[in-house]
Design a protein around this ligand. Structure first.
Ligand code: NAP
Ligand code: ZN
Ligand code: ZN
Length: 347
């Protein structure tokens, strides 16, 4: 076994503290990655606090992972020692269901193995994520990373990047399409950069008026402060697509009214509470309400290559391991521009 250092939440009410644990030896198809950076996704906070009700403790969160390959198994063909590799939200899947066969392993109908808060295919070994100094992953669930951009800026692409790229591609966003981005956080700021790069006319809908300058710097054409206004009076039947990245409960009907006929609002944010939809929000303009989960390995690679070509990375604040708990508190307050990334050499 390989001895690893990381940070874990021991229970739903505890802060994260140093944690030593073991990972499996490098198998024939595995690569060992010495981690450089791991982003802090709001999903890490939801899960460490058991917001979604399925948490396994101790929990080592982290699914926005980049590092350097230091060992490869005998049958590994896609990576060699010294390569930069990435790991996202899952590290294995059934590989045989229709969704896996269509390269959409995120929607695996069998056993999708999460990078953390999950169990391996043996049904019992817990998985531990990227808040650590090393990880062992099957090469088929690892991503190739260009070293063109600095790696701290790439780490958040492994979740925030693919989660916003995938729906933009699925709904075929292109030149001149009107895209609304609801919530300017980790996911939201990547949504803006990616939609702008695809040629869309982008509007940020934010409850933080102080983010307007940043929104415009990121490339947004318009910024609307959503507090205390009736948004449908500003944008009526306007958007082709809204990406909703808000992590807390909010009224979807307000925003649905801004979607044009046959347009779509996609839920990416995952507040634990359910929400009420008025039928009229949808039927009056044949609107669609959808959800989308991260992206498959093939599409994640496509997104990484797209970002390398367009020079797109995340805006990050790099922190040491000891600052993880402060970073959680600041993220919950919306006080991050726009992703905390842990320097994994500090574990
Ligand atoms: P984040 O960085 O904390 O950003 C969330 C944004 O939501 C905030 O910046 C804020 O934007 C807005 N917001 C927060 N509290 C709000 C409130 N009370 N009222 C209105 N707006 C509020 O989080 P993130 O990492 O981007 O993740 C966002 C959500 O997506 C989380 O729920 C996460 O679990 C989920 N997620 C889903 C997937 C998926 O596959 N679908 C993948 C990753 C994450 P403004 O200040 O601009 O309003
Ligand atoms: Zn995430
Ligand atoms: Zn499957």
């Amino acid at each position: 076994m390989i001895q690893v250092k990381g940070y874990a939440a021991q229970s739903v009410s505890s802060v994260l503290t140093p944690f030593s644990f073991q990972r499996r030896e490098v198998g024939p198809k595995d690569i060992l990655i010495d981690l450089e950076y791991c982003g802090i996704c709001h999903s890490d906070i939801h899960q460490a606090r058991n917001d979604w009700g399925e948490s396994i403790f101790p929990m080592v969160p982290g699914h926005e992972i980049v590092g350097r390959v230091t060992k490869v198994g005998a049958e590994v063909s896609q990576f060699k020692v010294g390569d930069v590799a990435g790991v996202g939200c899952f590290v294995d899947s059934c590989r045989t269901c229709p969704n896996c066969k269509e390269n959409e392993e995120q929607y695996c109908e069998g056993h999708r193995v999460g990078t953390y808060n999950s169990v391996e295919k043996d049904g019992k070994t817990p998985t531990y994520g990227g808040y650590s100094n090393q990880i062992v992953v099957d090469e088929d669930y690892s991503l190739k990373i260009s070293s063109k951009l600095s790696l701290d800026k790439i780490a958040p692409l492994l979740c925030a990047g693919i989660t916003t790229y995938s729906p933009l591609r699925h709904w075929k966003v292109g030149k001149g399409d009107r895209v609304g981005v609801l919530g300017l956080g980790g996911l939201g700021h990547m949504a803006v950069k990616l939609a702008v790069a695809m040629g869309a006319e982008v509007t940020v809908l934010s409850h933080s008026p102080q983010k307007e300058k940043d929104a415009r710097r990121l490339g947004a054409n318009h910024f609307i402060s959503t507090e205390n206004i009736e948004i449908s009076h500003v944008f009526s039947n306007h958007f082709d697509l809204i990406l909703d990245t808000v992590s807390a409960p909010h009224d979807l009907n307000r925003y649905l009214k801004t979607v044009k006929k046959d347009g779509t609002m996609v839920l990416l944010g995952a507040p634990p509470e359910s929400t009420q939809i008025s039928a009229f929000s949808l039927i009056l303009k044949r609107r669609n309400l959808a959800g989308s989960l991260i992206g498959g390995i093939k599409e994640t690679q496509e997104m990484l290559d797209f970002c390398a070509e367009k020079n797109i990375g995340s805006d990050v604040e790099v922190i040491s391991a000891k600052d993880i708990n402060t970073a959680y508190e600041r993220t919950l307050k919306g006080d991050v521009r726009y992703r905390f990334v842990i320097d994994c050499k500090t574990f």
